[in-house]
Design a protein around this ligand. Structure first.
Ligand code: ADP
Length: 222
């Protein structure tokens, strides 16, 4: 069974009389251990596709199987459940909660998924070591660099051991040094821990590190 199988996915946004066909029939699959980069001009539908694959939104039509369950057909509470248990999401602007320490940011999804505090703490320390931010655990996000925030966000995304890591331009807001470190971390997580990664990027370096590149244009694969 594929980790993810999308067939003829469509997403149309409606606001007032305006309709935007953000995805116009997209089919693809992901196997466990894949590292796939979506590329294409702004507005071509990359974020929309990531949101659907990350169980953050539903397609207007089509089928989207994640570990055999059709996300398009799940009620809201089950979709939330899938998102919390099976998906880790990394954003361009990190989206760490400013009032929580780095440690508490990393632990939060595990706690929401019902992991006991002692176990969440153990995972937080282990992942912080892996992403190289152990020395920042007691700091608040605004006290650390952008690269450290993104490495913390990656640890947070992995803390509940999701089946799929989804990342929307994870190096898009970083300088080249920090971007290279975050990319090296993603490659290491994919190769050494077998983390399955689906990301969107404008960076040729990130695309070159992926095992597969899918190019999008106008809501479909180019
Ligand atoms: P990309 O990530 O490649 O820049 P997006 O998936 O963000 O592309 O956007 C695809 C298209 O859908 C664009 O035309 C965008 O303006 C539109 N769009 C995205 N999100 C929404 C929304 N919530 N409401 C209406 N239109 C949207």
């Amino acid at each position: 069974m594929s980790l993810l199988a999308a067939s003829n996915l469509r997403k149309t946004y409606v606001s007032g009389d305006a309709r935007v066909a953000a995805l116009a029939g997209v089919s693809f699959g992901l196997e466990a251990g894949d590292f796939v980069a979506l590329m294409g001009p702004s507005g071509c539908g990359k974020s929309t596709l990531l949101h659907l694959c990350g169980a953050m939104d539903r397609p207007t039509a089509g089928q989207l199987l994640l570990l055999g369950r059709d996300l398009a057909a799940l009620p809201d509470d089950e979709l939330t459940h899938v998102r919390r248990e099976q998906v880790g999401f990394v954003f361009q602007f990190f989206n760490l909660l400013p009032t929580l320490t780095i440690a508490d940011n990393i632990a939060l999804p595990s706690l929401l998924a019902g992991v006991k505090p002692a176990e969440a703490d153990r995972r937080t320390r282990e992942l912080a070591g892996r992403v190289g931010i152990t020395h920042r655990l007691d700091h608040y996000p605004q006290q650390v660099s952008g690269g450290e925030m993104q490495r913390a966000a990656i640890a947070r995304a992995l803390a509940h051991q999701p089946a799929l890591l989804v990342a929307d331009e994870p190096t898009g807001n970083l300088d080249s040094d920090n971007g290279a470190r975050v990319l090296a971390l993603l490659v290491e997580l994919n190769r050494e821990m077998g983390v399955t990664i689906l990301l969107a990027t404008h960076s040729a370096d990130v695309a070159a590190a992926a095992t597969r590149v899918l190019r999008m244009k106008d809501g479909t694969f180019a």
